[in-house]
Design a protein around this ligand. Sequence first.
Ligand code: ATP
Ligand code: MG
Length: 447
Amino acid sequence: MEPKISLPSPVLGAMQQLEAHGFEAFAVGGCVRNSLLGIAVNDWDMTTSARPEEMKRCFAGARVIETGIQHGTLTVLWEGMSLEITTYRNDGIYLDHRRPLSVTFSKDVEEDLKRRDFTVNAMAYHPTRGLVDLFGGAKDLRRRVIACVGDPIARFEEDGLRILRALRFASVLDFSIDPATAVAIHQRRELLKNIAAERIREEFCKLLCGIGAVGILREYADVIGVFLPELEACVDFAQNTKYHCYNVYEHTLHALDQAPRDLLTRLALLLHDVGKPSCYTEDADGGHFYGHAARGREITETVLKRLRFDNDTLRRVTRLVEFHDRPIPLQGGAVKRLMTKMSDEDILRLMEIRRCDRLACAPAHRALSPELEAIPRMVRELREQDACLSLKTLAVGGEDLMALGVPRGKAIGALLQTLLDAVLDDRLPNEREALLCAARKALEQNS
Ligand code: ATP
Ligand code: MG
C-alpha cells in the first residue's frame, strides 16, 4: 500500500505556494525517512523545480534567508516554521573528495534524488503524487539497512564525509550497513582525511550519541582511527591486570554501553583511558597504567582541539577525563574542592562515568562504590546549606585582615587562602569571629 505521510500545515502551505506559481515541490530526505519510520522529524526539508530567484518571488513577503544560495538552498519562514527549500540539483564532478566543482539545477526530482547519499535519504513525498522512491529506500527502511545510492566507492570518492554519515545513520537509527557499502567504507576510509574537522565533529557527535554507537565503534574502529588515531592505539591493547577482562578499547566500549546518551558523558567515556597505551608498565604483579588519567587529559585536549570543539566542551571533557579515577574522600574538604572545579551537573556526570567504568571491569571488580550515591547527596546538602566554597563567600575579606595589621600584598592572599582551606576542611566554621581569631593566632605565630 502507498504510504501516507501527514505533512505539517506550513509544509503543505509552502508547497501550494510554489505550485500556484507553476513549480513542483516535494518534502525530501530526513523528514520523509523519519516519517516512514514513525519517529520525530528534526526539520522539514523541501526540494523544488523553482530556482532560487523564482523561489524568492513565490515567497515575496515572507522572511527568506539565503542559506546556501549558490547550492540552491533558501530558508523560508512560512507560517511560523523554518523550511529549508532547495532547487532540484545535479551535483557536477568532484575534484577534492568533498564538494562538487559546480552544481547545476535540474528540472526533475529524479535527478535530485540521485545525488543524495543513502537510499533511505533519497525519497521525496508529495500529498497527491505520493512517494518517489527510485532506489528502494522504503524497502531498506524495512530491512533497516543503510546503503549508498549507486556505487558506494564512487559516492565516497565524491564526498568522503558520506563514510562517516553512513556510520552516523546506522548508529542513530540502529540500522546495519549494506555489505557493499560496508566494504567500501573500510576500503576508502582514508578519504575522511580530506574533510573539514567541523564536519567530522558534527557527524561523529551524532554517531556517539546514537543507540547503536557501540556496535559501530567496534566494527568500524579502523574508520574512526582515521580522525582519532589516539583511540585506535587502544584497540587490542591488553591490560594484563586482574582488574580487567577486556583490552583497553573493549573496556571503553563496554563502559559506553552503560552510558546515557549525553554527549559530554560519552566523549569523556570514549577518551577516559586514551592515555593508557602510552603509560603502560609491567612488573611481577602484571600491567600498570600509572599517570594515565593525566596523560589522557593531555591527549583529550589535543583530540578535541583538532576536531574544533568549543572551549566549554574542551574544558569540561578534559576535566572529566582527568578526574575519572581520582580518589575523592568523603571526609574532609575533597567534595567541596571538587565543587570549585566542576559544576554540580558535571559532578553527576563524573559519577556516571565512574559507574560505567566500574561495570566494564573484570566481573570480580564490578561492585559499585558507595561514593556514587554519597557524593551527589553531599553536593545537594552543601548547596542547600549554601556552604562556603571560595573566597567570594568567605566571612572575612582582605580589608578585615588589613585592619588586623597584615600588610597589603601577597601576605593577604596567602592568609585568606589558609582560612579558606580551614573552612573547606571543616576545621573552622565560616564565621567572622572564628576566622578573625584564627587570623590573629596565625599572625602571632609568624611574628
Ligand atoms: P537529520 O534528521 O539528522 O537532520 P537528515 O537526513 O535530514 O537527517 P541532513 O544532514 O540534514 O540529514 O541532510 C539532509 C539530506 O540531504 C539528507 O537526507 C540527504 O538526502 C542529503 N545529504 C546531506 N548530506 C549529503 C551528502 N554529503 N551527500 C549526499 N547527500 C547528502
Ligand atoms: Mg536534516
